[in-house]
Design a protein around this ligand. Structure first.
Ligand code: 13P
Ligand code: SF4
Length: 331
C-alpha cells in the first residue's frame, strides 16, 4: 500500500516517499542490493561525502559519461542530476537507469528550452551547434557535438576554422572558450545558478587573508572571477591541480562537494571554499541544490524498488546519441 501510494506521488515528489527504518545499516543494504541486482553507482564530485564514499565510480561529467558508456552492469544508479542520468540512458537503452530524485535538475539545462533553442538554431542555419553536456536530450538532438568543461576547448578546436559556431547553453563557459580558442562563437544566454553566485568582494577578502593561496575556478563562473583565478578547469582539472601543485593553500570557486575528494587526495593542503554573494547555506560555500537532493536513503529506495527510472523515447534517443558519440570519440 505504502509503495502504491509512493508510486502515485513519484513525479510530484521526485522520489519514493517511503519511510526507511531507522535501525537498518544503509550502506550494508545498498551494498547487498547492488550486488544482487548487478547495479553500479556512479557519482559526481558534487555529491555529499557519504554518497561519494559508497560510489563505484566518482568523476566529472565527462568521466561519468565515459564510465556509463563502458559499464557491464544491468542497472546504473546515477548519483548526480537529471541530464547525467539521461545521457547514461541515451548510451545504454537496454539498461535500467535510476536517478534517486527526479527533481535533481540543473539550472543550466533548464536555461535552454527546446522550442526557443530550435528557433534560434533556425535563425543561424550555417552554424555548427556545440552544446555543453548540461542540456536535455531535446537540445542534444539539435546539437552537432556535445562537450563538457574538460574537453570543450578540444572540441571547439576540432571544428574547421571557417565554420561558424553556436555555443550553448553556458554563456560564461562560452565567453571563456572564445578567449581561449580565438573563435567567434554565438552564445546562448544561459548560466549555472551556483557558479554565477561567487562573490568577488568576499573572494578578494579571502585572498588578502591568505596571500599564498591559489584561487582556482570552474569556467562556469563569471568573468570577473575567472580574470583573477590562478587556474581555471573542470572539476577533475581542479582536483588534479590541487594534488599536483606545490602550493599549500587553495581558494576553490566551484561547488563545495569537490572538497571532499580534494581532502582525500591532498590531505595536507588547506582547502578554502569560495563564498557566494548570498550565503544561505551557513557553510560560506557554494552548494548545488539539485545535486544535494540525493541522499543515501533515496539511493537505497531507488535500488530496492528500481524507481525512479529515467527513460528516453527511442527516436529522440537516437538523435541525441549522435552528438554524444561524436564527443566521446574525440575525448
Ligand atoms: P564538470 O563535472 O564537467 O566539471 O561540470 C561541473 C558541473 O557543473 C556539473 O553539473
Ligand atoms: Fe547545474 Fe550548476 Fe548544479 Fe552543475 S552545479 S548541476 S551546472 S546547477
Amino acid at each position: 500500500m505504502k509503495l502504491k501510494q509512493a508510486i502515485k506521488t513519484l513525479n510530484e515528489k521526485g522520489y519514493l516517499d517511503i519511510p526507511v527504518p531507522k535501525d537498518i545499516n544503509l550502506v550494508a543494504e545498498i551494498n547487498q542490493l547492488r550486488k544482487e541486482k548487478n547495479a553500479v553507482i556512479l557519482a559526481h564530485y558534487y555529491q555529499v561525502p557519504e554518497i561519494q564514499d559508497i560510489a563505484d565510480f566518482v568523476g566529472d561529467s565527462l568521466a561519468l559519461a565515459q564510465a556509463a558508456a563502458k559499464t557491464k552492469a544491468d542497472i546504473i544508479l546515477f548519483a548526480g542530476v537529471h541530464f547525467m542520468a539521461e545521457t547514461a540512458k541515451i548510451l545504454n537503452p537496454e539498461k535500467k537507469v535510476l536517478l534517486p530524485d527526479l527533481l535533481a535538475g540543473c539550472s543550466l539545462a533548464e536555461s535552454a528550452p527546446k522550442d526557443q533553442f530550435e528557433a534560434f538554431k533556425k535563425q543561424h542555419p550555417d552554424h555548427v551547434v556545440v552544446s555543453y553536456v548540461n542540456t536535455s536530450a531535446d537540445i542534444k538532438a539539435l546539437t552537432d557535438i556535445v562537450c563538457t568543461s574538460s574537453n570543450a576547448e578540444k572540441i571547439i578546436n576540432s571544428i574547421p576554422k571557417h565554420k561558424k559556431i553556436i555555443f550553448a547553453p553556458d554563456k560564461n563557459l562560452g565567453a571563456y572558450l572564445i578567449k581561449k580558442t580565438g573563435r567567434d562563437m554565438l552564445l546562448w544566454d544561459g548560466a549555472c545558478e551556483v557558479h554565477e553566485e561567487f562573490s568577488l568582494d568576499k573572494i578578494l577578502q579571502l585572498k588578502a587573508k591568505h596571500p599564498e593561496a591559489k584561487l582556482i575556478a570552474h569556467p562556469e563562473s563569471r568573468d570577473y572571477i575567472l580574470n583573477i583565478a590562478d587556474y581555471i578547469g573542470s572539476t577533475s582539472g581542479l582536483l588534479k591541480y590541487v594534488q599536483e601543485s606545490d602550493a599549500k593553500e587553495f581558494i576553490i570557486a566551484t561547488e563545495s562537494g569537490i572538497l571532499h575528494k580534494m581532502a582525500q587526495v591532498a590531505p595536507n593542503k588547506i582547502l578554502i571554499p569560495a563564498p557566494p554573494e548570498n550565503d544561505e547555506t551557513s557553510c560560506a560555500c557554494a552548494e548545488c541544490p539539485y545535486m544535494k537532493r540525493n541522499t543515501l536513503e533515496k539511493i537505497y529506495l531507488a535500488l530496492k524498488y528500481e524507481l525512479p527510472e529515467v527513460k528516453v523515447e527511442e527516436a529522440l534517443r537516437q538523435k541525441a546519441l549522435v552528438s554524444i558519440e561524436r564527443m566521446l570519440k574525440l575525448s
